[in-house]
Design a protein around this ligand. Structure first.
Ligand code: DGL
Length: 273
């Protein structure tokens, strides 16, 4: 028996978006212990420079490594876009999976009659061209249409999804995609699955699959842990420990609403002191 199997999985994001990944991982791997970090003091990441996002990402990676995790899931597309290689280098032998590779994999597994994919994400993610690179590395001839939707992260952090304000904002952002003939639309920001129902309704009748990389990364994590003989063998539900960099009360209310359960105390951690 591999003793490391009992170690937790580290998952992080700028805020509540990464909880979409937590949800999917807890569904796929219920006995795993999870340590989550939401950088609530510095959210949103998507409007910041690549250098700044990279610096934040490495601080959080250090925090998780100190907690002896067995796997890191980068549950933030903006971080994946800014610091994928650096995080992997930093982690050495600890495996890392990220949402951009997961989203790419899920999109390329879909039927591709029209040979075209849409991507929505933060300014950092779309500006970096990370999805174009990762999709074209596998299928060079794909047509890819990307659009930054910067207002969606503040709306999600405010808990404003499935309401009339998000409806209006989504209509404005998705107008182009409603006209374009795309096979799938990648939700290239982990906050966006909160709007998935509304997005699917807006694209209704278009025969476009909406890709949530959270489901895909959870499947990849299960596969990786199985291959490495690192699946937690416990029979009881795994622990979920949550850390943030500011205002845990607010995060707690949003997280409990989203995860549909009461959470243990959420701790504030300062990464910079
Ligand atoms: N949820 C993150 C992402 O996937 C970050 C959003 C933000 O903080 O702007 O890009």
């Amino acid at each position: 028996m591999n003793k490391r199997a009992y170690a937790p999985i580290g998952i992080f994001d700028s805020g509540i978006g990464g909880l979409t990944v937590v949800n999917a991982v807890r569904e796929a791997l219920p006995s795993e212990n999870i340590i989550y970090f939401g950088d609530t003091a510095r959210v949103p990441y998507g409007i910041k420079s690549i250098d700044t996002i990279r610096e934040y990402a490495l601080e959080i990676t250090d925090f998780l490594l100190k907690r002896d995790i067995k796997l890191i899931l980068v549950a933030c597309n903006s971080v994946s876009a800014a610091a994928n290689n650096e995080i992997r280098r930093h982690c050495g032998a600890i495996p890392v999976l990220d949402v951009v590779e997961a989203g790419t994999k899920a999109a390329l597994e879909q039927d591709s009659e029209r040979n075209s994919i849409g991507v929505i994400g933060t300014l950092a993610t779309v500006g970096s061209g990370t999805y174009e690179k990762s999709i074209r590395a596998i299928q060079p001839n794909k047509k890819i249409y990307s659009k930054a939707c910067p207002l969606l992260v503040p709306l999600a952090e405010e808990g404003w999804y499935n309401n009339e304000v998000s409806e209006l904002v989504l209509k404005k952002y998705l107008d182009d995609f409603i006209k374009l003939n795309i096979d799938s639309l990648i939700l290239g920001c982990t906050h966006y699955p909160l709007f998935k129902m509304q997005i699917e309704e807006l694209l209704n009748g278009r025969d476009t699959i909406v890709i949530d990389s959270a489901l895909s990364i959870a499947g990849m994590a299960k596969e990786l842990l199985t291959t490495k003989n690192l699946l937690n063998p416990a029979h009881e539900k795994g622990r979920f420990d949550c850390f943030v960099s500011d205002k845990p009360q607010r995060f707690q209310a949003l997280a409990e609403r989203f995860l549909g359960e009461k959470l243990n105390k959420i701790e504030i951690i300062s990464l910079t002191s």
